[in-house]
Ligand binder design. Structure first.
Ligand code: ADP
Ligand code: MG
Length: 314
């Protein structure tokens, strides 16, 4: 393609909210064999909502929620935000529906007074959070976090958890003083266009893959809903780029679509990195493309544009 054709294509892309950083990236997209989608925030809306909270010990449900919200209050993770939101609503709005607006406005202030004091907080990427409350260790996170710290999950809780996961929910487990106390189920709905885009890629001869740090059962349930057969789950943040490189080994051209800080190394490692607009700045920096509209249809637009610009004219 001539420099003029590349310039025109770049402009056409920009008009559709598909920003490409340079002619090389524009050219590579035509030959993409794999499109790897991050799950949370890319295939899903990134609007996590707690659907269930269940205590499996003597702890009062209200105190359980307060404990979990306190532990998660310092975390930036979308799941943490959903948990704090749920606990806050459960505690206040159930009791004082009339003054809801005033409470919503003073939320930060009210939260800071309501939450328990937390010491030694640490975020454990791909796993959850850990801290001390009342001098006792509190763990909030996935099964890996809980079990690798030697906390026993009773069979009835395990059954409940499996049931959540089979229904595409992410289960978050909680321990206090190294005793298991309860768990929460969190849902993050798929983007409306996700399944159509996956189907469209298959028709174009492109192989879609789902990549996530979430557990296998939840990942597979979500993948089934969206029509993806190839799933890579329970991948720690540092491992996402390795998945990209493993697919590139046979010479395949790999595109990665992601939104989070976690995704930046994988976006950089991919032949074509596509960052979702509204995602993290670091992801946008690492990518070749920015899909400004936060609409997955633009993955197809980007590949189409490259094919039209290069394939035939060459
Ligand atoms: P993804 O790859 O889907 O973006 P992450 O790597 O951020 O996911 O997290 C993977 C898993 O680790 C989550 O599904 C959750 O089980 C657990 N996790 C991570 N951070 C937190 C947190 N702040 N609170 C609870 N669980 C967490
Ligand atoms: Mg994500």
């Amino acid at each position: 393609a001539t420099p003029t054709a590349v310039m025109v294509a770049t402009g056409v892309g920009a008009n559709h909210g598909v920003l490409v950083k340079g002619g090389d990236a524009l050219e590579r997209a035509q030959n993409v064999n794999y499109v790897i989608f991050d799950k949370t925030g890319t295939l899903t809306q990134g609007k996590a909502v707690v659907t269930t909270a269940k205590v499996f010990s003597g702890m009062d449900l209200g105190y359980f929620l307060k404990l979990v919200a306190s532990a998660e209050a310092s975390s930036e993770h979308p799941l943490a935000k959903a948990i704090v939101e749920y606990a806050f609503h459960f505690h206040f709005f159930g009791k004082l529906p009339k003054s809801k607006n005033g409470i919503e406005q003073r939320k930060e202030e009210i939260l800071s007074r309501w939450l328990l004091q937390v010491e030694d907080f640490s975020a454990l990427p791909g796993k959850g959070v850990q801290c001390l409350i009342n001098g006792k260790r509190v763990l909030v996170g996935n099964r890996t976090l809980i079990t690798e710290n030697g906390v026993n999950v009773p069979p009835e809780a395990e059954n409940f958890l499996v049931d959540l996961e089979l229904n595409a929910k992410t289960g978050i487990l909680v321990s206090y003083d190294d005793d298991f106390v309860g768990l929460m189920g969190i849902t993050d709905p798929l983007k409306r266009e996700a399944a159509v885009v996956v189907e469209g890629l298959k028709k174009m001869g492109v192989h879609p893959v789902m990549l996530t740090g979430d557990n296998w059962r939840t990942a597979k349930a979500v993948a089934k809903e969206v029509g993806i057969e190839d799933v890579r789950a329970e991948v720690m943040p540092a491992g996402k780029a390795d998945v990209v490189r493993s697919l590139q080994k046979d010479g395949s051209i790999v595109a990665m679509v992601g939104d989070g800080i976690n995704d930046s190394p994988a976006l950089a490692a991919a032949d074509v990195g596509m960052a979702i607009g509204g995602g993290t700045d670091i992801a946008i920096e690492a990518a070749d493309y920015v899909l400004v509209r936060n609409n997955l249809e633009d993955v197809i637009t980007a590949i189409d544009l490259s094919r039209k610009t290069f394939s035939r004219i060459r």
